[in-house]
Design a protein around this ligand. Structure first.
Ligand code: COA
Ligand code: MG
Length: 311
């Protein structure tokens, strides 16, 4: 289990980097992660100002334990090259690349990042520019997240993830609005027709042991609809939900937090496996229930996330 995998990402709030009021407000919001957007939420004429806002905001700091992420403009665009310069100065925890569609995008990004002086984290489990990151330590450098929101990405997801010798992604973020726009498939009816693609993204993330975040719920006044979709996200195996409005943070945190019962069960599993008689056991009897080592790994991850939430 990598350190990043154990980081809580229940509530991942986007905000337009062109909006100083939203930036200011985010320092007091209870979200796990803030994504400062330079792409879709920022009008072309406001891009320069948005980058200046970020430089000032990161210099002032004050984001506490919240994970910070900057979403760039389209790979290869002039704005994106300027975004990378801003990221080099701001040093957020991660960069979120929009519309990643094929390994070539990652090859181009790796080159541009190097030219901008960015030091990338490959992944907590693998090499980082030749250094092995010891387990349990937060890797230094910039993590790379990818938006999965194009038809090309949906059909070529495994090639993208298998390009990890170029850039090892730490997190996939579903862009439901762009998927619906590009395919014409309606996101309605509890996302019935999007479901195979969404589950494909979740499965690919699990295969590569990286985080996966669900898309946004646009109608932020419809709290009932938001809660229903967030409960669906949890059941689908997502690690958290991307959000657009502060009112979505509390329900997302509540739904994605491990329950008291789940925490207690996890503690019991860890305690049982640490007994001397179970040290070498692959499977044990815990109060009449079969528990295997795979449950121990699940329990450890859940407790690490719980610890992150309480920190
Ligand atoms: N992050 C931080 N603060 C936010 C916020 C966000 N995403 N969205 C709204 N707020 C703040 C507002 O500034 C306002 O603060 P204040 O009343 O204390 O001054 C408060 O929350 C209430 O906002 P409200 O009036 O309900 O909404 P709005 O009209 O200001 O904004 C949106 C509505 C949709 C424009 C705004 O929520 C937004 O920009 N969301 C993010 C969009 C985005 O980043 N999209 C890209 C990815 S899909
Ligand atoms: Mg998009």
């Amino acid at each position: 289990m990598s350190t990043d995998q154990a980081r809580p990402r229940r509530s991942v709030l986007y905000l337009p980097a062109s909006n100083p009021r939203a930036i200011e407000k985010s320092r007091d919001l209870e979200c796990d992660t803030i994504v400062f957007d330079l792409e879709d939420a920022v009008a072309p004429a406001a891009k320069d100002e948005a980058r200046k806002n970020l430089l000032a905001a990161f210099q002032a700091a004050g984001f506490g334990t919240r994970e910070t992420v900057i979403r760039t403009n389209a790979i290869g665009s002039d704005d994106y090259l300027n975004d990378l310069q801003t990221i080099a100065t701001c040093a957020p925890d991660a960069v979120l690349l929009p519309k990643v569609s094929c390994p070539t995008d990652l090859i181009a990004f790796a080159r541009d990042a190097r030219q901008a002086g960015l030091k990338l984290v490959r992944s907590a489990a693998t090499e980082s520019d030749g250094d092995i990151v010891p387990s349990g330590q937060i890797p230094s450098g910039l993590a790379v997240w990818a938006m999965i929101e194009t038809v090309a990405a949906l059909t070529g997801l495994h090639q993208i993830l298998e390009a990890h010798s170029v850039v090892a992604l730490d997190c996939l973020v579903v862009g439901t609005n762009d998927i619906a726009k590009e395919t014409g498939v309606s996101p309605g009816n509890q996302r019935l027709y999007l479901m195979p693609w969404l589950m494909g993204i979740v499965l690919a993330a699990k295969q590569h042991q990286i985080s996966v975040l669900d898309g946004v719920w646009n109608d932020f006044r419809d709290t009932r609809g938001f809660e229903a979709e967030t409960m669906q996200s949890l059941a689908m195996g997502f690690d958290g939900k991307t959000l657009i409005h502060p009112s979505q943070i509390e329900p997302s945190n509540r739904i994605f937090s491990p329950s008291a019962q789940a925490i207690q069960e996890a503690q019991e599993i860890v305690a049982a496996f640490s007994l001397p008689e179970h040290h070498r056991a692959g499977v044990i009897n815990l109060n009449g229930r079969m528990v295997e080592r795979l449950h121990l790994e699940q329990a450890q991850r859940l407790l690490a996330i719980h610890q992150g939430i309480c920190a």
